[in-house]
Design a protein around this ligand. Structure first.
Ligand code: NDP
Ligand code: OXD
Length: 310
């Protein structure tokens, strides 16, 4: 089998990880090796140039080297009859759990207030909020959302709700689904975590209307995708106190433009899309299984539903 890696960074580590886990394959790196496009069976990709994948005439599968496939599906020339598989990796989940737990605890334990107080040399104690009662809401109860919810449960957060397209039965977690469940879910969410994929249906879901349904002074953590947020509306709610503070890892434009108002807002914590990064060694082992499934004619795990967009 001929496997082509297409990504802009860490190609050395990816090449060696894929070779190690897939010794039966010839592994090529786009931009580094001479490649006859007709020979390529499988492409392992992260944000390939739009139009490129359509130029490989014999592709049998595309493996996305991350969880979110939005960048790929934006490419109108993407060959939609070729199976597209996305990465689900316990290591990716544990990175996200760390990021989300960090953010939830940061806001839950008033660290955003204490940071301001420190600057003003202000010694004021605030009573701790009740962990069991704190309303945490997770938009997206998929692979990452569920792992984050379980980690928070283990820390004593007993008032966790999740929102997804289909209702879930998860012990200890209230499940809301669809448009009907959204209002109730938002009213519950003192700390709102977004882990939704970027799709047509989730585009600008967090806007003036939905943000105003959160309890006054809520906190927002966005580690899903920037397109879910209407930036102007979030800024407005951050300025009027409807949202007390937010932690943002993903943005409508990445890198975040130098002149973006987010950079200078005191009630924001910004990170450069690092909530969880794919690690070649663990991911390569999982990808290998998917490629072998495709090669053997079996349906691989985590096949993307192109219609739904995730
Ligand atoms: P999954 O596909 O496992 O989960 C997606 C969840 O979103 C599911 O629960 C799904 O509902 C729900 N959902 C999708 N569309 C809707 C909708 N219209 N209405 C309500 N719920 C919806 O994805 P993962 O958990 O693996 O990843 C989630 C996202 O996290 C990725 O798509 C990516 O954008 C982002 N990500 C960000 C990273 C970072 O570093 N910042 C790293 C990795 C991922 P249902 O269960 O009913 O299908
Ligand atoms: C991903 C990401 O989707 O890194 O995996 O954002």
């Amino acid at each position: 089998m001929n496997v082509l890696l297409i990504r802009a960074d860490e190609t050395k580590a990816w090449r060696s990880a894929l070779r190690r886990h897939l010794p039966e394959a010839d592994v090529y790196v786009w931009g580094e090796d001479d490649v006859d496009k007709a020979d390529i069976d499988y492409a392992c990709v992260w944000k390939p140039e739009p139009g490129l994948l359509a130029t490989f005439p014999n592709l049998k599968g595309i493996y996305n080297l991350g969880a979110g496939v939005d960048a790929l599906l934006q490419d109108e020339t993407l060959p939609r009859d070729v199976p597209l598989v996305r990465l689900v990796d316990p290591m990716l989940s544990s990175g996200m759990v760390e990021y989300v737990v960090h953010g939830v605890l940061h806001f839950h334990r008033d660290m955003h207030f204490y940071a301001g107080q420190q600057k003003a040399k202000n010694w004021t104690q605030h009573l701790n909020a009740n962990t069991q009662k704190r309303g945490v809401g997770i938009l997206g109860l998929g692979e990452l959302g569920q792992d984050c919810a379980h980690a928070l449960l283990m820390l004593g957060f007993e008032n966790i709700a999740g929102w997804s397209r289909t209702e879930k039965e998860l012990p200890g977690i209230q499940s809301f689904a669809g448009e009907d469940g959204l209002n109730q879910f938002l009213q519950h969410s003192e700390i709102l975590v977004n882990l939704l994929p970027a799709t047509k249906a989730t585009h600008r879901l967090l806007n003036r209307d939905t943000l105003s349904k959160l309890p006054k002074g809520a906190f927002v953590i966005n580690a899903g995708r920037g397109t879910t947020v209407n930036d102007d509306d979030l800024i407005e709610t951050l300025n009027n106190g409807q949202v007390a503070a937010a932690m943002l890892d993903v943005f409508n434009t990445e890198p975040l433009p130098q002149d973006h108002p987010y950079w200078s807002m005191n009630n924001l914590i910004l990170t450069p899309h690092i909530a969880s990064l794919t690690t070649p060694m663990t991911a390569a082992e999982i990808i290998t299984k998917g490629l072998r499934d495709l090669e053997d004619g079996n349906t691989p795990d985590n096949l993307v539903d192109i219609e739904q967009g995730y």
